[in-house]
Design a protein around this ligand. Structure first.
Ligand SMILES: Nc1ncnc2c1ncn2[C@@H]1O[C@H](COP(=O)(O)OP(=O)(O)OP(=O)(O)O)[C@@H](O)[C@H]1O
Ligand SMILES: [Mg+2]
Length: 265
């Protein structure tokens, strides 16, 4: 996996490189390595000496109160914000999808999918990614004729066509109705299993994090304050007592009053 570094390089003194699995697959031990990351706005550090490692192929969910810096961190990892201190190691191939699909209204769906890709790839490349998200039949449509769920899937196709080693998702299901959201969550879970890329999913939904992720992180005071492994078999069952226990722990870490019936932050 090619890697790219913003700012100074800190070579990992990598204990994880000793892991037999890493030797077998010859993949680097980390997809993301962030050390001492600080991002300040107007003198206020929103991210404050944050450390984070994500393994190749790992699905990580990032939770935290509104305004705690989740999107800021995602933008840094996406390479959209370089006004930072500290070191950030991310795969060269990375892609990002935001809460709003951000499709160009004057370009047909397939052209949106290919937007910004080098080398003038042809329509078939876009259509393959659109098929993967169940949107092959809308390839020639204008974005304004798509439903919210379809537009979000087009945005996912645009991310997938980049064949990312790291997929960054910032509340991608936030604007979807409950049913469409469940379908979209399943789709992301399937895509992740098929593609094997590392995923960092920002979400406010504790159940969503526990349904999809290997780890659920909670950000607070500019750092990753809690790192919870989610060692539950897939597909996940929200009725599993271990799921309920993790939900309760996460809600606690988020400072949400924790009634047994509470499902989301
Ligand atoms: N370009 C900017 N200029 C000034 N302040 C900013 C800028 N971008 C973000 N901030 C501030 O940084 C803080 C963190 O913002 P961020 O968008 O990362 O939060 P978040 O955790 O994603 O919140 P939410 O859950 O509401 O999306 C906020 O206080 C925000 O106002
Ligand atoms: Mg945000």
């Amino acid at each position: 996996m090619a890697t790219d570094l913003h700012r100074q390089v800190t070579r990992p003194k990598d204990r994880k490189a000793e892991h037999p699995e890493d030797r077998r697959t010859e993949r680097p031990a980390t997809a993301v390595r962030v050390e001492g990351l600080t991002r300040a706005f107007d003198g206020r550090a929103v991210i404050d000496r944050l450390d984070l490692d994500i393994r190749p192929g790992e699905f990580t969910a990032l939770l935290g109160r509104s305004g705690c810096g989740k999107s800021t961190l995602l933008r840094v990892l996406a390479g959209l914000d370089r006004e930072v201190e500290g070191s950030v190691l991310v795969p060269r191939r990375r892609a990002v999808a935001f809460q709003s699909p951000r499709l160009m209204p004057w370009k047909r769906v397939w052209r949106n999918v290919l937007l910004g890709l080098p080398g003038h790839p042809d329509r078939a490349v876009a259509e393959q990614a659109l098929e993967e998200v169940g949107l092959g039949h809308r390839s020639g449509a204008w974005p304004k004729t798509l439903s919210g769920g379809e537009a979000q899937r087009a945005s996912l196709a645009r991310a997938l066509v980049r064949e990312p080693d790291l997929l960054l998702l910032d509340e991608p299901f936030g604007a979807l109705d409950a049913l469409t959201r469940i379908t979209a969550q399943r789709l992301v879970g399937e895509l992740w299993q098929r593609r094997g890329c590392a995923v960092l999913l920002v979400t406010h939904d504790v159940d969503e994090a526990l349904l999809l992720a290997d780890r659920a992180l909670v950000m607070e005071n500019g750092v990753i304050a809690h790192d919870n492994p989610v060692a539950l078999p897939r597909p996940r069952d929200p009725g599993d007592p271990r799921f309920a226990e993790l939900r309760s722990r996460l809600l606690d870490q988020l400072g949400v009053e924790n009634h047994p019936s509470a499902q989301a932050a």
